[in-house]
Design a protein around this ligand. Structure first.
Ligand SMILES: Cc1cc2nc3c(=O)[nH]c(=O)nc-3n(C[C@H](O)[C@H](O)[C@H](O)COP(=O)(O)OP(=O)(O)OC[C@H]3O[C@@H](n4cnc5c(N)ncnc54)[C@H](O)[C@@H]3O)c2cc1C
Length: 713
């Protein structure tokens, strides 16, 4: 299924790219353009036609193939310059037959025209009026042809070079993904081999490059200026890769330009060079485009190649988008400088050309997308961010599509359409697979909803996977939110959902009015997504969760419970009442060998007051009749003694844990390979990562860190 999906995406994307009919210029083309360009600069065989100036028309087969005097002059020039050979005959044949010369053309044909032309050829006077029509074949100056050749080569080989540099970018990024994918898949396929790769070099690489946050500790905690979040800082390896992408692309755009004096296209070197830079940056920007869209999609086949999380792809999505915009901006600035090298009237009419207008629309829309995509706005209202983002993305797509049509690069935009459409179709197929089940949604404890839903699919639930839920209510059916799946049984899934300010708050308001705070709500489920961390491939695991990060790690603990593996599950919660929404699951751990420790950071809250009074939301029990009847679970969590009796297999510790100390102890005492898995609050997860990095060398066994928190909003 996965393979099929991947192949389909690849096929859609590559078909779309192949569809583009962009042009790669050859030596024969440059030679013919140089000769015919100089010929028509000297005299006139082919007058201008509608929509094409005299100079441009002279370079076309419709000129040199149809006018025998021009063809004769061209062949004389090609012979004179040493450009005439078998490859040239093939090229001319392809250009002239059958559209312009109905009879078959071959070497004999061209030799005949050449011999005939040599009998009548003239050398035009220096003072010849170039706009007058000549009726004899002409000789042209070799130095002029060389200049023209260089000018055309300069102009059009820049396109070929840009395409090659863009392909080089793809190749380098693909190499990085393949190497990373081999590393990640080896953890699953060859765990024995990986456990042996634990020498000083491997440890240093992981401690200094692949594992740490870029700077000190923060990866999931966003960077803040004056208390305002401005963005996530990637891991150090991701930052290095992003920096290298910038370096590669800046270098790719910075070199290989020179101006040709006597250039038939441009008289001003400034305009000429800015046009080259503009063409190069525009083409390089186009290579970013499919990646930007692919990396933002849920159904991105590269996830299966690399085993990267969606959050990592989202990191690259954001950074490559910035490159896309920056290079589009350079392209626009370059074109503006270039346009100023023309007279003002021409500039004004040029700017009104729809081809330019669409390019400007796309660039402006990209800029607005970057501005509206900042973390502050994503967090303020994710749904508004998403809708505006999609609308602007449509403008970028249409703008780019029409802007690049002239050059035959629409394969890029078609591939974007293919990637996007594929993602949407797969989402619908997945949702249809879940058949819009009726979920039981219950308000549990202070700030949590429990959603339980039958699983009609053959999907085997893996710990740590997540799915997007749409609650089929008029106010929310169009939204889909990610939640980690709890694998209750083969036929049932559940989700523990923290109540926040959007759709979850709407559900809370609905449930508070319902008897026993429970309702049946139809849901659409798009999933499963994400990989399970390969903790089962290690000898022991330290699973560290905080708050609502527990579902995936609980599933890991249950999965590992019946193996030889030794498991320690640490759950950090704010108060005792938070246990109520995972009470049944915690009780299930009793029959297992999982060592469970629960840290309660504010242990007094539940003891000082009855359940639910520490938070306005919690007072639901006072607001309605149904709320007055507390459930048996809630009654139990009112008493710490009772909780501890219910969960005798759990060690309770009150106060904040010293994460570094816990991680250090586990690593130091590890008796075999150790997987440290973390999910929960951003700062807790960052602390675990930091702890693993700091203590990686303290065990002689292989220690790996897996993060199940995904932060992209
Ligand atoms: C892979 C993954 C797994 C998750 N698992 C759980 C879980 O098991 N339990 C749980 O309680 N929460 C989980 N979350 C967080 C959960 O998705 C958000 O809390 C939820 O979407 C908030 O919905 P809301 O409309 O009430 O949020 P709002 O109040 O509108 O927003 C609150 C915050 O939630 C984030 N958010 C909102 N919508 C989305 C969205 N569609 N995608 C990503 N982030 C969003 C935004 O950053 C926002 O700041 C998970 C998130 C991810 C990315």
């Amino acid at each position: 299924m996965v393979k099929l999906r991947s192949l389909l995406t690849l096929a859609v994307a590559s078909l779309a790219v192949v569809e583009g009919n962009y042009h790669i210029y050859t030596h024969q083309e440059y030679a013919v353009m140089a000769c015919s360009g100089v010929i028509e600069k000297t005299t006139t065989f082919c007058p201008a036609v509608a929509g094409m100036g005299h100079h441009m028309h002279s370079l076309m087969p419709s000129c040199y193939c149809t006018n025998v005097v021009e063809m004769g002059s061209l062949l004389i020039c090609l012979h004179q310059m040493g450009y005439y050979n078998l490859a040239m005959v093939k090229y001319l044949t392809k250009k002239c037959y059958p559209n312009h010369i109905p009879a078959a053309t071959d070497a004999l044909f061209f030799d005949g025209v050449y011999q005939n032309a040599t009998q009548y050829v003239i050398t035009p006077e220096e003072t010849l009026n170039a706009s007058l029509v000549t009726y004899s074949p002409i000789y042209v100056r070799a130095t002029n042809v060389t200049t023209y050749y260089e000018a055309y080569y300069n102009r059009w080989s820049n396109f070929t070079l840009s395409l090659n540099l863009g392909a080089g970018f793809f190749a380098l990024f693909a190499a990085y993904m393949i190497i990373s994918g081999i590393g990640n898949w080896s953890l699953i396929l060859f765990p024995g081999l990986v456990s042996k790769m634990n020498g000083p070099v491997s440890k240093r690489f992981r401690a200094l490059v692949s594992l740490p946050a870029t700077f000190r500790k923060d990866k999931n905690v966003p960077l803040k200026f004056w208390g305002v979040p401005v963005g996530y800082i990637p891991t150090r390896l991701e930052s290095i890769v992003i920096a290298l992408l910038w370096v590669y692309l800046i270098l790719a755009c910075a070199f290989g330009y020179h101006s040709v004096s006597g250039n038939p296209y441009w008289s001003r070197p400034m305009g000429e060079i800015s046009r080259y830079i503009s063409d190069r940056s525009g083409i390089l920007a186009l290579f970013m485009y499919p990646l930007v869209v692919l990396f933002a999609g849920r159904n991105n086949f590269l996830i299966y190649l690399t085993r990267w999380s969606f959050a990592r792809f989202n990191t690259y999505h954001r950074h490559i988008s910035r490159i896309f915009f920056a290079f589009s901006l350079v392209h626009s600035i370059g074109m503006t400088i270039y346009a100023f090298s023309y007279p003002t009237a021409r500039y004004a009419s040029w700017m009104r050309d729809p081809f330019i207008t669409w390019g400007a629309v796309a660039t402006v829309a990209m800029g607005v997308m970057l501005a509206q995509g900042v973390i502050l706005l994503r967090r303020k209202s994710y749904e508004s961010f998403l809708i505006i983002h999609i609308v602007l993305a449509v403008f970028v797509l249409i703008g780019c599509h029409y802007h690049i049509a002239l050059y035959g690069y629409q394969g890029f935009t078609w591939s974007v359409v293919g990637i996007w459409a594929f993602d949407r179709v797969v989402r619908w197929i997945r949702m249809a697979g879940f058949e819009f089940q009726e979920a039981t949604v219950t308000l549990k404890a202070a700030d949590t909803l429990k959603v339980t839903v039958p699983n009609p699919t053959t999907w085997k639930c893996q710990p740590g996977q997540y799915a997007f839920i749409s609650f089929m209510k008029p106010s929310s059916f169009w939204q889909s939110h990610p939640f980690t799946v709890i694998c209750e049984s083969e036929s049932e899934l559940s989700f523990a959902i923290k109540i926040k300010g959007g759709v979850t708050n709407g559900l809370y308001k609905h449930l508070i009015t319902m008897p026993a705070h429970t309702a049946k709500i139809k849901v659409a489920i798009d999933g499963p997504y994400g990989f399970s961390s390969p903790a089962h491939k290690y000898n022991q695991s330290l699973l560290m969760a905080s708050g609502h990060g527990i579902p995936g790690l609980y599933d890991h603990a249950m999965r590992l419970a019946n193996t030889k593996h030794s498991v320690k599950l640490i759950w950090i919660i704010r108060d005792y009442k938070s246990i109520s929404w995972m009470l049944e699951e915690m009780q299930k751990l009793r029959e297992t060998k999982v060592e469970t420790v629960i840290y309660v950071t504010r242990p007094n809250e539940v003891l000082d007051s009855p359940l639910g009074s520490s938070d306005s939301r919690v007072s639901f029990s006072d607001k309605d009749e149904g709320g007055k009847a507390e459930t048996s679970n809630q009654l139990r969590v009112n008493s710490v003694d009772q909780i501890q009796k219910d969960l005798p297999h759990v060690s309770f510790r009150e106060g904040r844990p010293d994460i570094d100390c816990i991680v250090k102890e586990e690593i130091t005492l590890a008796h075999g390979t150790l997987a440290v898995v973390a999910c929960g609050h951003d700062s807790m997860v960052d602390s675990v990562r930091c702890g693993v990095v700091a203590n990686l060398t303290k065990s002689k066994h292989r220690v790996d860190y897996f993060e199940e928190l995904q932060a992209w909003a």
